[in-house]
Design a protein around this ligand. Structure first.
Ligand code: HXC
Length: 280
């Protein structure tokens, strides 16, 4: 879909870049000629991912252990990454989430997710933004949110609150930092199954089946579809997109929103019965 040097010479920092969608994004940047620094809490997955991709693409990936809930650690890692070479873009990909009846969760559970999603993403964005501004360089922030950032969602309250905060940050800073050459956008993916997230969020077959059935396109997303959107938004080719949120969910959230969408339960015979006959 893209020229093979789309991201040549560009350097990105990807939170949670060692596993799942974050790892796929890291791979995509490497495939398109860019380099990446990945960070996350678990050293062994960072090392494995960096080793695998460096073997395949040459030395493109460095790694730093980091819990983005710790603002001092965030600043130190962004300093260290910048000291290797300036960063062109940040992907706020790391998240925390679980499925639970909200009245059963503790304040620590609420904090655990909000501190990762809302605070951690803001710490990362601020740390990179300060570097870009101090060095008079352009910047690009891409945050992975989801459609319930604006619809809200039962059973994932802390995550919904955190993703809404990222959307507000994206729109706020797009205007404030746009004049400094820093743009911020978000992607709202629908269901793109990965092992880690699906274990937590879709723990039964009954739930998994509904994901596919309720989607207007009748399927979950293909990872490559999401990676192509990520690559476009990371590249300078999307340079005039700023402050936006792009949904890639097969129409899922709209299917839940439209008041008469539920009429898809009618059969063709039932439609024929209620449709006025044409007069000859
Ligand atoms: C209720 C829970 C819980 C659960 C943890 N807690 N899991 N409460 N139901 N399923 C509570 C714990 O009991 C504890 O509270 C508090 O949360 C902190 O838990 P810890 O395990 O000590 O914290 P920590 O190791 O920091 O774990 C953070 C986490 C965890 C968010 C809870 O799930 C995590 O690390 N996740 C990271 C990866 C992840 O979730 N990725 C998926 C993102 S997917 P008490 O009171 O007992 O001390 C995503 C996409 C959404 O966001 C869109 C989909 C379409």
């Amino acid at each position: 879909m893209f020229v093979s040097d789309l991201l040549a010479g560009k350097r990105y920092l990807i939170t949670g870049g060692g596993t799942g969608l974050g790892k796929m994004m890291t791979r995509k940047v490497c495939e398109l000629g860019g380099s990446v620094s990945i960070c996350g809490r678990r050293e062994h997955v960072l090392v494995e991912t960096a080793d695998e991709l460096n073997e395949e693409f040459g030395p493109r990936v460095t790694w730093f252990t980091l819990d983005i809930r710790d603002p001092e650690a965030v600043d130190a890692v962004v300093d260290a990454v910048w000291d290797e070479a300036p960063i062109d873009g940040l992907i706020n990909n790391a998240a925390g989430n679980f499925l639970a009846r909200t009245e059963t969760i503790s304040h620590r559970a609420l904090d655990a997710v909000l501190n990762i999603v809302a605070h951690g993403s803001a710490y990362m964005t601020l740390a990179c933004g300060k570097k870009w501004i101090a060095n008079d360089r352009p910047g690009n922030v891409l945050s992975i949110i989801t459609t319930y950032a604006w619809t809200g969602s039962a059973y994932v309250l802390p995550s919904a609150m955190g993703k809404a905060a990222i959307l507000a940050m994206t729109r706020s800073l797009a205007v404030e930092w746009g004049p400094k050459g820093i743009r911020l956008n978000a992607i709202s993916p629908g269901p793109f199954p990965t092992e880690g997230a699906w274990e937590r969020l879709v723990p039964t077959k009954k739930l998994a089946d509904v994901w596919e059935q309720r989607n207007p396109l009748g399927r979950t997303g293909k990872h490559e579809e999401l990676m192509n959107l990520v690559a476009y938004l990371l590249s300078d080719q999307s340079g005039y997109i700023n402050g936006d949120n792009i949904t890639i969910d097969g129409g899922e959230w709209l299917a839940g929103a439209g008041q008469f969408n539920f009429a898809n339960i009618l059969t063709d015979e039932e439609w024929d019965k209620i449709t006025p006959k044409k007069k000859d």
